[in-house]
Design a protein around this ligand. Structure first.
Ligand code: PMP
Length: 305
């Protein structure tokens, strides 16, 4: 993995090798940190790096922190400033992924959320694809269920909850699939291991509502806006049953790391004609242009480094 030379750690930019937390830190012992998964994209024509929707990502991160009773001392603007300072330090000229994290930093044991000091860090890495077959993924329904809002909120990006995602992902890969779809405790489709999901049924784009134990994805929001405005497609947020997936015309995942990943087979059944369909193909191209600051109408999403 191509890691950054520098990190933002407890209030300043330091060499990555100095950004270390103790084995006695609360976040290490109990998974009590919240994080963002963000990307910046190199635009070759403009010779500039653009961070995609940082305001929305940091807003979600601050909401995750709030659910974990954290006092962060940051707002969206100050988090964007810190990010730009860090990205400029290493002078990145390629697509990158970065990981801002608020974590419970006090040392020692004690299961709780209150009265613990919170700290903040960011590190950066070169971007690597999350799903290898991103135009013809074969996915399966996981035997694992999605964490429930009343157990560990999927709405928050809590580090500890990614045990659920890790069980799902490894199970799928080790069984020979590219990814998995995950049902929630009500038996409805929630999302993939770390990305939201969409299907096309009777020409409309359908995605699970935010009340079906999903992360409120920024890419999901981007896809919904682009589908409505640029393609004029109906977008419906409603619960999805397992067998609806088998008879969908198209399916795809959407996430920061996954981008728009075409799903062409589910549990050995072809989706539609078994190749990436027209809606997925168009949205994939639109999202790719949007993240790279190539859609003038949506340039407010792109913050230049
Ligand atoms: N669901 C989960 C569980 C995720 O980890 C992610 C990745 N952050 C997503 C969905 C997609 O969200 P986003 O588009 O904001 O990256």
């Amino acid at each position: 993995m191509d890691l950054s030379k520098h990190a933002y750690f407890e209030g300043k930019i330091v060499p990555l090798s100095e950004a270390k937390i103790s084995i006695a830190a609360h976040a290490f012992l109990y998974g009590t940190s919240v994080f963002g998964g963000m990307r910046a994209f190199w635009n070759e024509e403009k010779k500039r790096l653009f961070v995609f929707r940082p305001y929305d990502h940091f807003r979600r991160l601050l909401h995750s922190a709030k659910m974990m009773s954290m006092k962060t001392g940051y707002d969206e603007e100050s988090l964007i400033q810190v990010t730009l300072d860090l990205l400029r330090t290493d002078n990145w000229k390629q697509d990158i992924y970065f990981r801002p994290t608020f974590y419970k930093a006090d040392l020692g044991i004690g299961v709780r959320l209150h009265d613990i000091k919170d700290e903040f860090s960011i590190f950066v890495m070169g971007y690597e694809k999350y799903v290898k077959n991103d135009t013809d993924a074969h996915v399966t329904f996981s035997s694992w269920r999605r964490v429930d809002d009343n157990v560990i909120p999927a709405r928050a990006k809590v580090a500890g909850a990614y045990v659920n995602s890790s069980l799902i992902k490894s199970d799928a890969i080790q069984s020979g699939f590219d990814e998995a779809l995950v049902l929630d405790n009500n038996g409805h489709v929630s999302e993939g291991s770390a990305m939201n999901v969409f299907m096309v049924r009777d020409g409309a784009l359908v995605t699970p509502p935010i009340t079906d134990n999903i992360l409120e994805g920024i890419t999901r929001r981007t896809v919904i806006e682009l589908a409505r405005r640029e393609l004029g497609i109906d977008v419906v947020e409603r619960s999805i049953d397992r067998t609806e997936v088998y008879i969908a015309e198209e399916m795809f995942f959407a996430g920061t790391a996954a981008g728009v990943t075409g799903i062409t087979k589910v549990d050995h059944r072809p989706i539609g004609r078994g190749v990436m369909g027209p809606v997925t193909t168009q949205l994939r191209a639109l999202v790719d242009d949007a993240v790279r600051a190539k859609l003038p109408k949506y340039e407010h999403w792109n913050v230049a480094v």
